[in-house]
Design a protein around this ligand. Structure first.
Ligand SMILES: Cc1cc2nc3c(=O)[nH]c(=O)nc-3n(C[C@H](O)[C@H](O)[C@H](O)COP(=O)(O)OP(=O)(O)OC[C@H]3O[C@@H](n4cnc5c(N)ncnc54)[C@H](O)[C@@H]3O)c2cc1C
Length: 440
């Protein structure tokens, strides 16, 4: 029997349950509870996605008189955890779309442009429209870019039912087109190819989720015997956390989903319906009727050219050189990173962004107040790993690959549960929205 009160009372998890009225529950100490600090500091936030919007709200609650500027050229805010639901035909594209400005607090300056140049030596950023912005503190929250061009022969215009190509990472609209491709494939049958890139990636569980969902949808249609599903792993495991890897293998075996090790997608021939994978033994070309393309992922070019990236790690990806506990830049003490852009060993999920917030807020506000911050990020990463419609495993872990369940004794992380599904399908969005407002 699930103890909902215990779940609701938990202060730890990213995912609260939406209340009857649909309101999100906020966890953790609300920033509004802390005393305001007076300052005239100029704070620049690059990006108004999950991390940027949330920290803008938190800082505007904590600081009085600060000049906070948020830069983001995308007028739409995308709720990306919803892309999986859209790609499985459970939601329409508009489920994940809102406006960027609706999440930003009053009293800040929002510039609807991207950063085009970042000069951390001069404490200056130039926008795509040529505006120069000088800052005292900067928070980099640009997220990452999807390197579609790295897949030879592939173009996003190919996505859809006619080609059998799916690319649900790209955007809400592409996730919906991806659903039409999956719908046709699970009607007609054939070979379906899935997999993940060899770079770091956001939500490393998402390639597995879409594979599980494809299997489930084919089964529900009575067409399971018409489809062959092959998952291409970039490594020799299905998930980086060993105990989770073991469990996912077990489920793939039970459901007759084949997997291949060290197969990294490098080219798609949409005419011939073949995909080529780089492997340690040379290229392997496979036929497909359906393919889910998830490309390599990197820091945006402007960040890679800024001098903020690690020089000796992830050199082809450009994640920024922050301390993994404080998220403060290791060479520029007035710069912090939030979200996917951070060069830390774990944590490219919205759930991690939630735990980046209090750390960056604490160190930045403390410094302004003349104290030292004390909060640390321990690598919290969470992935409600959908295994079929109506079932998920609520996987939460840290830098040490320890499982850190939010609801110990209540929700078993490695069991396929309806409550874990509910968290992904219903509660996650409400909690994400609360986070954007700085309240979770
Ligand atoms: C298919 C899919 C499923 C996912 N599922 C889950 C899940 O179940 N659970 C979970 O926790 N997470 C999930 N995630 C991951 C989650 O969405 C991201 O980790 C999270 O959004 C990261 O937040 P962010 O602020 O770093 O980046 P984003 O939210 O991507 O925001 C980055 C913002 O920066 C802006 N930007 C980019 N370049 C610049 C620039 N040069 N100047 C200014 N602004 C710039 C962008 O326009 C964007 O608005 C999923 C992601 C995908 C794609």
């Amino acid at each position: 029997m699930i103890d909902l009160e215990k779940i609701v009372a938990s202060r730890r998890g990213f995912m609260g349950l939406a209340g009857a009225g649909g309101a999100a529950l906020a966890f953790g100490a609300g920033s509004a509870e802390a005393a305001k600090v007076r300052t005239s500091a100029r704070i620049l936030i690059l990006g108004a996605g999950a991390g940027g919007a949330a920290i803008a709200n938190r800082l505007s609650e904590r600081l009085e008189g600060a000049q906070i500027t948020v830069l983001d050229g995308r007028p739409q805010h995308w709720y990306q955890p919803g892309f999986t639901l859209i790609a499985a035909g459970l939601r329409k594209a508009d489920y994940s779309i809102s406006s960027t400005t609706q999440w930003l607090p009053r009293g800040i300056t929002y510039i609807n442009e991207f950063a085009a140049e970042i000069d951390p030596e001069a404490n200056r950023v130039v926008t795509t429209g040529g505006q120069r912005i000088d800052y005292d503190y900067m928070i980099v929250a640009t997220g990452l870019v999807l390197d579609w061009e790295a897949i030879e022969g592939f173009d996003l215009s190919m996505v859809g039912p006619e080609t059998g190509i799916s690319a649900h990472y790209a955007s809400p609209e592409m996730a919906e087109k991806s659903w039409h491709a999956l719908d046709k494939f699970t009607d007609e049958g054939g070979i379906g190819l899935f997999g993940r890139p060899a770079t770091e990636m956001k939500c490393a569980g998402a390639p597995l989720k879409i594979t599980f969902l494809a299997e489930d949808i084919a089964t529900r249609k009575g067409n399971r015997n018409k489809v062959e599903l092959i998952y291409n792993s970039q490594a020799d495991n299905l998930f980086g956390v060993p105990v989770v890897d073991h469990r996912v293998r077990q489920l793939f075996d039970d459901r007759d989903i084949t997997y291949r090790w060290k197969h990294v997608l490098k080219a798609v021939d949409a005419g011939a319906k073949t995909a080529t994978f780089a492997t340690p033994d040379g290229d392997v070309t496979s036929d497909y009727d359906f393919i889910n393309v998830i490309p390599p992922q990197r820091a945006p070019q402007v960040v890679r050219e800024s001098g903020l990236s690690w020089a000796d790690k992830w050199t082809d990806q450009g994640w920024i050189e922050v301390d993994q506990s404080t998220l403060r830049h290791l060479r520029y003490a007035n710069i912090f990173g939030i979200g996917d852009i951070n060069g830390v060993p774990k944590g490219k999920t919205a759930a991690s962004v939630k735990w980046h917030q209090p750390v960056v807020e604490d160190h930045l506000v403390s410094e302004i107040a003349g104290r030292a911050g004390t909060k640390t990020f321990e690598g919290y990463t969470s992935c409600p790993l959908i295994t079929r419609i109506g079932r998920a495993m609520l996987i939460e872990f840290d830098y040490k690959n320890h499982l850190v369940p939010s609801f110990p004794g209540v929700i078993a992380p490695l069991e396929e549960l309806w409550i874990s599904w509910l968290m992904k399908e219903v509660a996650l969005k409400a909690t994400y929205n609360a986070m954007l407002r700085g309240r979770a």
